[in-house]
Design a protein. Structure first.
Ligand SMILES: [Zn+2]
Lengths: 310, 158
């Protein structure tokens, strides 16, 4: 069975197909219509580390389509603590479900699980590795706002060193011919091997420490959180993080259809004043996690979403 | 000194394998990779830092009464892709064998990344490293995707 482990598992055409299907499922995701495409199917939610948002999003997606969900339960009380291997856990859940959503603290866990399983695996994040369903919902949000993915100018801002969300997204954007501006403090720059990869695959990539100077000429600003723990002392953190915060007044000169995104939860990198502007898209972005996961579940289970060109 | 005479530094063997043209200083890594260092039941001789026209200097290993298998040759490719291998039968070269690195190295070494899923000692699936670049010997873990450092990797022989 073929699951979704990294974005490499989807061609650009596949990505567009999934986004189209997701768009058709919007009324179902909103609860306006009921479309039990996945009735009788069971999703196994295997979360080896807490991520309530991602888990709920998978669960809602499955239930909106009439399917059922079994959860591994609290990791601290489950067999994992007793030293069961991932292989054995997968063998068990594989027998209970038709598709598995996996989140695991160790990198490579999703590929490993796919090799061990008969049913498709949906990678919901493995260590510092991949989180393709996040990338798909980000792409959905961008396309929804701009009507296309090709040739956009996108700023990725904040912690680009440790944020796996921006690593995966930057690859996808370059595949669609976007120009990517990487705005981060010196200490939290995008790892050089990723920047090299992006350029080697033909991407136009600009690195800068100046977020505000990058805002005027772009279609998307993707903010991420800068964590205090990354810095030696509080003063240094305050100084650096202060330069990666957005306030409504920073958006006075931007393109009228420019959107501000954030994987959430935010702390103070986006001021509440931005929420009121037409640029704010981060709450819709979070909701879009449900509809893109609905489309991905249908795809992995081989169930066509009605309304496409057969 | 010619390569021919340097070969004679080590006693000729009746049957077995001669691994020549190992990059100087690489012989011990080769022994590690082939599991010939500890508890090997066959006699092994090695010569290190022999002058060589082709390589400046090189190491040579002779393994008695054992013909290296294709799988073992694949391991060799990890640390000594330039080496040449001769199978000896009745004191003469019976066969020369090519060293080729395949598309994947399976259950030879374990991934070096500390947070890889394969670090769990009881996980049963095979250790798999993909060969990304054969000439430069660039490998990535099939599971976590991390690039592997060769010096680290040879310490992770299974
Ligand atoms: Zn690995």
């Amino acid at each position: 069975m073929v699951g979704l482990i990294t974005m490499e598992d989807l061609s650009n055409e596949d990505v567009i197909e999934v986004l189209d299907a997701a768009e058709r499922l919007l009324p179902v995701a909103r609860g306006e219509t009921y479309l039990p495409l996945l009735q009788g199917r069971i999703l196994g939610n295997l979360f080896f580390e807490p991520s309530t948002r991602t888990r709920m999003s998978f669960e809602t997606a499955m239930k909106r389509l009439g399917g059922d969900v079994v959860n591994l339960g609290d990791v601290s009380t489950s067999s994992v603590v007793k030293g069961e291997t991932l292989f054995d856990t997968i063998q068990m859940v594989d027998g209970y479900s038709d598709v598995i959503a996996l989140r695991h603290p160790r990198q490579g866990a999703a590929r490993y699980a796919q090799d061990a399983a008969r049913v498709p695996i949906l990678n919901g994040g493995d260590g510092a590795g991949h989180h393709p369903t996040q990338t798909m919902l980000d792409l959905f949000t961008i396309r929804q706002a701009h009507g296309r993915l090709e040739g956009l100018d996108v700023v990725l801002a904040g912690d680009l060193r440790y944020g796996r969300t921006v690593h995966s997204l930057s690859h996808a954007l370059v595949r669609f011919g976007c120009r990517v501006v990487l705005a981060s403090p010196e200490l939290l720059r995008m790892p050089s091997e990723i920047v090299d990869d992006l350029r080697a695959s033909g991407g136009e990539v600009v690195e800068t420490t100046d977020l505000y100077g990058s805002l005027a000429e772009v279609d998307v600003v993707y903010m991420t959180r800068i964590q205090k723990e990354r810095f030696a002392d509080e003063d240094e953190y305050a100084k650096v993080a202060g330069a990666y915060k957005l306030h409504a007044r920073d958006l006075a000169e931007v393109r009228s259809n420019m959107i501000v995104m954030h994987p959430l939860p935010r702390v103070d990198e986006i001021h509440p004043s931005v929420d009121e502007t037409r640029h704010a898209k981060y709450f819709e972005q979070a909701f879009n996690g449900v509809v893109t996961r609905m489309a991905l579940l249908c795809r992995l289970l081989g169930v066509p979403v009605p309304g496409g060109e057969a | 000194m010619s390569d021919e005479s340097s070969m004679r530094r080590v006693t000729a063997i009746r049957n077995g394998t001669v691994i020549d043209h190992i990059p100087a200083g690489g012989a011990l890594r080769v022994l590690d990779l082939l599991g010939l260092r500890d508890g090997a039941s066959v006699p092994v001789s090695l010569v290190m830092n022999v002058p060589s026209k082709k390589m400046g200097s090189k190491d040579i290993i002779k393994v008695e009464d054992r013909e290296l298998t294709g799988d073992e040759l694949a391991r060799l490719a990890l640390v000594a892709a330039s080496a040449s291998v001769a199978i000896i039968r009745a004191f003469s070269v019976a066969e020369k064998r090519e060293i080729t690195l395949g598309d994947e190295v399976v259950n030879v070494v374990r991934c070096t990344f500390s947070n890889c899923i394969t670090q769990h000692p009881r996980e049963p699936l095979p250790h798999r490293l993909r060969v990304v670049d054969r000439d430069e010997v660039h490998l990535r873990c099939h599971y976590c995707g991390r690039p592997q450092d060769l010096d680290e990797l040879v310490k992770n022989v299974i």
